[in-house]
Design a binder for this molecule. Structure first.
Ligand code: NAD
Length: 352
């Protein structure tokens, strides 16, 4: 008896790393970032429609593995992601991820995708989308502290969405800054590799911190942060893993994605449980003001929320149509008679 051929709807499109890279280049990296930021902003504007929860985290001494689920009642998405700062020393990445988008009506998966590259893109798109509403008008200089895997994506998103032209780079590992300098050379930025974080923030209207260290780190102290800057702090995203001195938070207006998750994982884990924050979606809907004056310090305490991954998977799913940047994956059993799963298995007994 020969094996039954899988039906077409049992074939789930799978976007490998290779195909994700092809899709990104097909669209163009900056176009991808701008369009994705538009999708994330659109989903943030309809925030109350989402069934949200803090991500489910499994911590170890050296890192974390997380599941990030969310649904808008029509589509469901989850991402599997790790965070292991020690990995780089072992030749492995700090962050890797994959995710699934599903149809709520049938419960069938619509897409399985790599999300290591997609996470870097969605994180950068989110940061820049937020900064477009909070950064001081005309800001064109950004300090980029932490020059690892996320850094170039942040740089390109801030150029495309905010107009950043000058980058002041700092990393405790000079080789990381040199890598970022090499990757961004010739892309139209004015680049400066700095020897200290103090030097990096000179003249910067925007400060992005994207460092990885599993501790309460102090990348920025209070005296380093002048009036009127926008801080995009994305590296502190886990209990016991922060980047900013708490005194900075006291002087800033703090914007978050989803408060219950950020209180556990963000910079505000250092503050009292009632420390005031603004959920950023309220700025988009006009329920809360964004930047109020030129001297205000605005701080995006970005930990990465499931809605951003939902938007990213939805965006990739839509953009796959008419392309060959996926492989059909035989992932759903889908027997002809839905109750005859066993019969389907039996029909696949290898011929003697
Ligand atoms: P990475 O390991 O590739 O790079 C991190 C860099 O930070 C390294 O080059 C390291 O040398 C540098 N660094 C560590 N301590 C430093 C310090 N005190 N001062 C300056 N530089 C320092 O990691 P990555 O993939 O670029 O991620 C960076 C951080 O962002 C991680 O903590 C990761 O968990 C987080 N992240 C957050 C989001 C989000 O949505 N908020 C998304 C992705 C990654």
């Amino acid at each position: 008896m020969s094996k039954p051929a899988p039906s077409a709807r049992a074939h789930v499109p799978f976007v490998s790393v290779d195909n994700m890279m092809s899709l990104v280049h097909h669209i163009g990296i900056e176009r991808f970032l701008v369009d994705l930021a538009g999708e994330i902003e659109a989903d943030f504007r309809r925030w109350p429609e989402f069934d949200k929860s803090p991500r489910v985290a499994a911590h170890s001494k050296v890192g974390v593995i997380e599941l990030m689920p969310v649904s808008d009642g029509r589509l469901y998405a989850f991402k599997y992601v790790n965070g292991h700062p020690k990995n780089v020393k072992e030749g492995l990445q700090t962050v890797t991820a994959f995710g699934v988008l599903s149809d709520v009506d049938s419960g069938y998966p619509l897409l399985l995708s790599e999300m290591t590259i997609l996470t870097a893109l969605r994180t950068a798109a989110t940061s820049a989308m937020v900064a477009r509403h909070l950064a001081p008008a005309g800001a064109d200089t950004m300090a980029l502290i932490g020059n690892g895997a996320q850094s170039e994506f942040q740089a390109l998103a801030f150029r495309a969405l905010v107009g950043v032209r000058r980058l002041r780079l700092y990393d405790i590992d000079r080789a990381a800054s040199e890598k970022t300098m090499r990757n961004l050379a010739g892309l139209g930025f004015e680049l400066c590799a700095c020897r200290t974080p103090e030097e990096a923030i000179e003249g910067a209207e925007i400060i992005t911190t994207c460092t990885a260290d599993k501790q309460y780190a102090t990348i920025l102290t209070d005296n380093m942060v002048g009036a009127g800057v926008h801080i995009n702090a994305i590296g502190g995203d886990c209990p016991g893993k922060t980047e900013l001195h708490p005194d900075i938070l006291k002087r800033a207006r703090v914007f978050v994605e989803y408060t219950p998750q950020t209180r556990i994982e963000g910079e505000i884990q250092q503050m009292a449980a009632d420390f005031p924050v603004v959920e950023f979606w309220r700025v988009l809907t006009g329920e809360a003001p964004g930047r109020r004056d030129a001297r205000e310090i605005t701080l995006f305490d970005g930990v990465g929320f499931a809605v951003e991954d939902f938007s990213a998977l939805r965006f990739v799913h839509e953009r796959l149509a008419g392309t060959a940047f996926f492989e059909p994956l035989d992932m759903i059993a889908d027997p002809d008679d839905p109750r005859d799963l066993f019969g389907m298995l039996q029909r696949a007994v290898p011929e003697a």
